[in-house]
Design a protein around this ligand. Structure first.
Ligand code: ADP
Length: 403
């Protein structure tokens, strides 16, 4: 009987899953269930070339897990539940406690629950997902894979904010960084490509969420996201780093509550705040039609990437083995890759290979590769990220170690 492992990513009203066969890492099935807790919950499950959809009210995450199990069994994707040997969960925040993935026991679940203050938008859904899986598959081990874990190697001068030190001591206010699973995946991939472990990299993960990480000697040394994913780069709907005084100023001027302003900064800022669109394809289309707001949004977005690259280039004192472009926007959009490289060409001595850049992306033959020329001092690669495979690898590793 083949061994299957589930990777689960729960939001407050959603559950995404991937079912892997291990150790081959073959994806057997993928699916998502949305609008949990609403009347119009719906789901999609794909396997081989089939795609199944369904809809009915799902009260909670346990209902969603039951639907997932039904679909897997009814469509003969698995014969029975005994095939599932482990479950890996993407968890937003591991605080300072977790620098690696961990098997979930009562203490771990309690820690994740206590850290809800650090991940108020994510942890409730993630905890519901863990509990629902426990209810439906009580004998299967579950693993937590934290988005923050990889960044726990940052030195203190890169994670301490210059605010009263007791805010760190009492409330653990510090830079944690996110997308750690992706940055770790890319680091491992680049270690393979470059044939050494002590790599110095600048990894630009730019999708609807975006962060840049500075890797020194193979470890996370600095990263753009902070206490929460709101810090750092301009994103699809998030502002990125702003003057903190803006928050009180807007509360006073607009009469909006603090909660409303925070929601605006998370959900209606970034590209969307400037030009009304958060999907990069829409921003590009508007720009190509001459829309001035979209052009401004693109420029602000790109400049924030360039400024972070510059910062990390200097932090590494120019000793950069490679720069990597990854996630939805940089894996696919040829134009922004070209514009970023053209803008740093003189300062970093990099030059684009136009043909290679054109050949990589969605719908093209190549999904990854080098996009700079031989003369470029720093090689720039496009490497598709794969957070889910990292989650299943950790889940498989920890469960095998335990048994
Ligand atoms: P997240 O994982 O944070 O939800 P993704 O990494 O999937 O985000 O990236 C989503 C972003 O990638 C969107 O802004 C989308 O427009 C952009 N994107 C996806 N595919 C393409 C494409 N073919 N061309 C340009 N942009 C794309």
């Amino acid at each position: 009987m083949s061994e299957k492992y589930l990777v689960i990513n729960c939001g407050s009203s959603s559950l995404k899953f991937s079912l892997y066969e291990m150790p081959t890492e073959r994806v057997v099935s993928k699916g998502y269930i949305e609008k949990i807790g609403y009347d119009d919950s719906f789901w999609t499950v794909s396997y081989n070339d089939e795609k199944i959809t369904g809809a009915k009210r799902l009260e909670n995450h346990t209902d969603a897990v039951l639907v997932m199990i039904d679909e897997l069994i009814n469509n003969k994707i698995i014969k029975n539940l005994n095939e599932i040997k482990g479950i890996g969960h993407r968890i937003l925040h591991g605080g300072e406690i977790y620098s690696d993935s961990v098997i979930i026991d009562d203490k771990v679940l309690n820690d994740i629950t206590l850290m809800t203050n650090l991940g108020p938008l994510h942890h409730p859904g993630e905890i519901a997902g863990i509990k629902a899986m426990k209810e439906c598959l009580p004998d299967v081990l579950q693993v937590a894979v934290f988005d923050t874990a990889f960044h726990q190697t940052m030195p203190d001068f890169n994670y301490i904010y210059a605010i009263p030190y007791e805010w760190y001591q009492k409330y653990k206010v510090r830079r944690y960084g996110f997308h750690g699973t992706s940055h770790k995946y890319i680091t491992n991939k680049m270690q393979e490509i470059l044939g050494k472990t002590d790599v110095n990299l600048i990894i630009c993960h730019v999708g609807s969420g975006a962060s840049i990480t500075c890797i020194k000697n193979g470890l996370s040394y600095d990263t753009s996201m902070g206490l929460t994913p709101l810090d750092g780069l301009v994103m699809g709907t998030r502002s990125g780093a702003i003057d903190p005084s803006i928050i009180k100023f807007v509360v006073d001027e607009s009469g909006l509550s603090l909660e409303n302003v925070m929601e605006e900064l998370n959900k209606n800022s970034g590209l969307k705040g400037i030009c009304g669109k958060n999907d990069f394809r829409d921003v590009s289309a508007l720009m190509n039609n001459g829309d001035e707001q979209a052009k401004l949004a693109y420029k602000v977005f790109m400049d924030s990437i360039i400024k972070h690259i510059a910062e990390y280039y200097f932090e590494l004192n120019g000793r950069v083995d490679a720069m990597v472009f990854t996630a939805g926007i940089l894996e696919n959009n040829v134009q922004i890759r070209k514009d970023i490289i053209d803008n740093i060409a003189g300062a970093m001595n990099v030059s684009l290979d136009n043909q290679n850049n054109e050949n990589i992306g969605y719908g093209k033959d190549k999904k990854m590769g080098l996009i700079t020329s031989k003369e470029s001092k720093v090689p720039v690669y496009v490497v598709p990220t794969d957070e889910e495979v990292m989650i299943v690898r950790d889940t498989f590793r920890l469960i095998k170690e335990t048994l």
